[in-house]
Design a protein around this ligand. Structure first.
Ligand code: ATP
Ligand code: MG
Ligand code: MG
Ligand code: MG
Length: 439
């Protein structure tokens, strides 16, 4: 993309309404624009990052054997009356009446709707196990929307639902989700720690939240510092292997790590003092096992091997896709701007032309652009007639992992400058080698 043809409405001033760094940088980098409290338009740069994150979530869900679907944002209240949650959910649910006076709502989550789909089409244990998920907009009328996309009212969420014959199978689904979530966050350059949590209005006994440690997080967390040393890494995972998934779950949840809702001071005090940590965290996902909480009242049953009708065991599993954009920035930035991890960066590399209009510099930039594109990379070429300082500031703000700087002086010696956004280190090398380094 050539910057002269792009839409990147960068702000010079720091917007006063933004209290935390991710919100400030998202506004300044022209990623989002608020349209109403907690409701945002995603401008081109923000939209690209959102789609990258969504892509990783899809890939990892499908790798785990989960099937994508899409359910509507607007739902009839009737299903929610069946489960008893229409009244129980409270004021976070946005309720709407249509022209025929029928009660609708904007989905805050979708246990009821997916259970209705399941009970309409599945009747035998032979069709289990089954896990379906969607990535879809949700609405919760948060009392205090704030911090930009971190606590929006409209937000983008992955929500998945497993249907299993037995509790044991459903717990495997739980473990499978836990493992797939670890992979998902690691691919985004994040460490998200599974912590034992409270189930809230979803219900159920078993639940873990995934938290990214950050001072600006809204959750208070307590943990054994040794949990931060564990990584999933490049392990080969067989998602059908119950024992392997359970072992990973146990490895990641054996050490003490809890949110304030389930914090137990007595247990915490048993951790060696030098490893006791209390901190803030951002909730980027949560998994639940809730058994037959929805299948029983809604009649989601299957015929078991012995012909008897059995309510299915279920769980639901969420990832805050739009919140992750903010969470990644909270975890990866400096005082000049964002530092995107490679996996989610909106463009792989910036090209800065120090002397736009100079025949040689323009030609060299075009060539680098074509070479990067040819190897499947997505460069952003700042081809505007602007001061170099302004171009560098924009590149630093939007945080692309690499910058190639091209100017007449370097070209005379056959070199361009390649700069890493994360380390700030620069090297001079021939343009072909710069491209090779990145690819
Ligand atoms: P929170 O405790 O932050 O209110 P939650 O526990 O109510 O979140 P869940 O029902 O677990 O949220 O939804 C799954 C995920 O969706 C959360 O882990 C979070 O990452 C994301 N999420 C929830 N509410 C919002 C929101 N208002 N804005 C952006 N993302 C959200
Ligand atoms: Mg909430
Ligand atoms: Mg929560
Ligand atoms: Mg939650």
């Amino acid at each position: 993309m050539r910057l002269s043809r792009y839409f990147l409405p960068v702000l010079k001033e720091t917007p006063s309404e933004a209290q935390i760094v991710s919100h400030r940088y998202m506004l300044r980098a022209g990623m989002i624009k608020q349209s109403a409290a907690g409701i945002y338009s995603w401008l081109p740069l923000g939209f690209k990052v959102l789609k990258k994150i969504e892509g990783i979530v899809h890939e990892e869900q499908m790798r785990a054997g989960h099937i994508p679907v899409l359910m509507p944002t607007m739902q009839s209240a009737d299903l929610w009356r069946e489960s008893g949650r229409y009244d129980a959910y409270g004021e976070e649910m946005l309720r709407i009446t249509d022209r025929h006076e029928r009660d609708l709502l904007f989905t805050p989550t979708a246990e009821e709707l997916i259970t209705d789909i399941f009970r309409s089409h599945v009747s035998s244990y032979k069709d289990l196990p089954l896990t379906m998920y969607q990535i879809q907009w949700k609405f919760r009328d948060e009392i205090r929307p704030r911090f930009g996309v971190m606590r929006g009212r409209e937000f983008y969420m992955k929500d998945g639902y497993n249907f299993d014959l037995t509790k044991e199978d459903a717990l495997h689904a739980y473990n499978r989700h836990l493992v797939s979530y670890l992979r998902t966050y690691e691919r985004m350059g994040l460490q998200a720690i599974p912590m034992r949590a409270d189930s809230g209005p979803i219900g159920g006994d078993d639940t873990h939240e995934f938290l990214v440690l950050a001072d600006t997080g809204e959750s208070e967390v307590f943990y054994d510092s040794a949990v931060t040393d564990i990584r999933l890494g490049q392990r080969n995972i067989d998602y059908d292997d119950h024992d392997q998934c359970r072992a990973v779950m146990e490895e990641f949840t054996a050490l003490y790590a809890r949110t304030d809702e389930t914090h137990d001071a007595t247990l915490f005090d048993q951790i060696p003092a030098e490893r006791q940590r209390s901190a803030r965290g951002i909730e980027v996902g949560q998994i639940f096992y809730f058994g037959t909480k929805y299948s029983e009242p809604m009649g989601a049953t299957v015929q078991g091997p012995d012909g008897k009708s059995i309510p299915v065991h279920m769980g639901s599993h969420g990832i805050g896709v739009s919140r992750l954009v903010g969470a990644i920035i909270e975890a990866s930035h400096d005082d000049k701007g964002i530092i995107w991890p490679e996996g989610v960066t909106p463009f792989h590399c910036g090209i800065v032309n120090l002397k736009q209009g100079d025949e040689e510099a323009d030609a060299a930039c075009d060539k680098i652009y074509a070479a990067l594109t040819a190897v499947g990379l997505d460069p952003l070429y700042d081809d505007r007639k602007e001061r170099a300082g302004g171009k560098f500031a924009t590149m630093d703000l939007i945080g692309l992992p690499w910058r190639i700087t091209v100017g007449p002086r370097g070209l005379k010696n056959g070199v361009v400058e390649l700069t890493s956004r994360r380390t700030g280190e620069s090297v001079e090398l021939p343009p072909e080698d710069a491209v090779k380094r990145i690819a």
